[in-house]
Design a protein around this ligand. Structure first.
Ligand code: AP5
Ligand code: MG
Length: 217
């Protein structure tokens, strides 16, 4: 039976960072909706052009575009054993679509770690984030600096600061999260699969907490 883990939490909580660690550990693909959108923007695809107009304002990309993109990603063979989902779903209709898609593959969402951190920490983390242009891996100038300044530890590509990490856009993303994504906390609580994880520690401390809630073989 495939295993699907959905990481939930506000912008900057550490979803991408922890998803990367889990992906290595469980040898499951890390599917980040934000990374796929950014790749499409870089490649100037039609979908990337649509996504850019929303992402630059800190708004959510419409559900139909997002769901179609994830459906497409699930077709790749690396998903047969499951996936670590980071940033999807982000609205209750997206969560319904995910449940429907997984039913088709004979799976379901198994666990939803909900990573929390205070708003000031989120803003500080995003202000100092440097992301790899190629693989999307996130570093932090203070909390997780790359070995060579300005370059990714994994593929040596250049690091850049995301346009939507500007303080005003971050504040708006946090509001959008509260209005449109936070309802998923109750959605998954009702399903009995949500576990809150205190994300306000070091990356290693949070990884240890994440490990303690995993029941994946
Ligand atoms: P997306 O890329 O998903 O952004 P986000 O949810 O806003 O989350 P972030 O990537 O900003 O934060 P994170 O939790 O991954 O934190 P990270 O691990 O990098 O989405 C971007 C946009 O795409 C959205 O605004 C929307 O427009 C669109 N979109 C995406 N998905 C969508 C969907 N499903 N539907 C509609 N639209 C969608 O960590 C942040 C920083 O902190 C890093 O520098 C890291 O090194 C550091 N850090 C991490 N953990 C710690 C720690 N414990 N202590 C100290 N520093 C830490
Ligand atoms: Mg992320």
């Amino acid at each position: 039976m495939p295993t699907y883990i959905v990481l939930l939490g506000p912008p900057g909580a550490g979803k991408g960072t922890q998803a990367g660690i889990l992906s290595e550990k469980f040898k499951l693909p890390h599917i980040s909706s934000g990374d796929i959108f950014r790749e499409n923007i870089r490649n100037n695809t039609e979908m990337g052009k649509i996504a850019q107009t929303f992402i630059s304002k800190g708004e959510l990309v419409p559900d139909d575009v997002t769901v179609a993109m994830i459906r497409d990603r699930f077709k790749r063979p690396d998903c047969v054993r499951g996936a670590i989902l980071d940033g999807f779903p982000r609205t209750p209709p997206q969560a319904d679509s995910l449940a429907e898609m997984l039913r088709e593959f004979g799976g379901k969402v198994d666990l939803v770690p909900f990573i929390t951190a205070p708003a000031e920490a989120l803003i500080e983390r995003l202000a100092g984030r440097w992301s790899c242009k190629e693989c999307g891996h996130a570093f932090h100038s203070k909390f997780n600096p790359p070995k060579t300044p300005g370059h990714c530890d994994f593929d040596q590509s250049a690091l850049y600061q995301r346009d939507d990490d500007k303080p005003d856009t971050v504040k708006h993303r946090i509001d959008v999260y509260q209005q449109q994504t936070a309802p998923l906390i109750d959605y998954y609580k009702k399903g009995g699969i949500l576990t809150e994880v205190n994300g306000f520690g070091s990356i290693e401390e949070v990884a240890t907490l994440m490990n303690s809630i995993m029941c994946v073989e």
